[in-house]
Design a protein around this ligand. Structure first.
Ligand SMILES: [Zn+2]
Ligand SMILES: [Zn+2]
Length: 131
């Protein structure tokens, strides 16, 4: 019943009850960082990403992750900070612009289908090595 995984933030081994990839301590840290960013943006609605980072002492990649996860949004449409992973156009949050997002379901499906058979064949090599 117990399932363990390495935390994708700090790399520590932890018990994963519900498909999470981040350990409890990092989630707590993550939430408090996020709250601080939200409060800061509430008081400084047009703050730049580096201003948030400097004032709160939160690394820029962390803020970028919130943007990628769609938890934060950039107001500026033509920002040079968050770009579509496919075509490189500036986006406000997430990983892809609207155009690419609308196209991707088809791509994803065919990729996913062709991947299933491959995964079965190479399954053995995915067995975790003892650490
Ligand atoms: Zn962690
Ligand atoms: Zn795009």
């Amino acid at each position: 019943m117990d399932k363990f995984a390495n935390c994708s933030v700090c790399g520590k081994l932890f018990e994963t009850g519900n498909c999470r990839s981040v350990c409890h301590e990092c989630i707590k840290q993550d939430m408090s960082d996020f709250d601080r960013i939200r409060d800061f943006l509430y008081n400084h609605p047009r703050a730049k990403v580096f201003e948030v980072s400097n004032n709160l002492d939160i690394p820029v990649p962390v803020i970028k992750r919130y943007l990628r996860e769609g938890r934060l949004e950039i107001i500026e449409k033509n920002n040079r900070f968050l770009l579509c992973e496919k075509c490189g156009k500036p986006i406000c949050s997430g990983t892809q612009c609207d155009d690419c997002h609308n196209q991707s379901p088809h791509d994803y499906k065919s990729f996913y289908n062709s991947n299933i058979t491959q995964k079965k064949q190479t399954r053995i090599s995915y067995a975790p090595l003892g650490k």
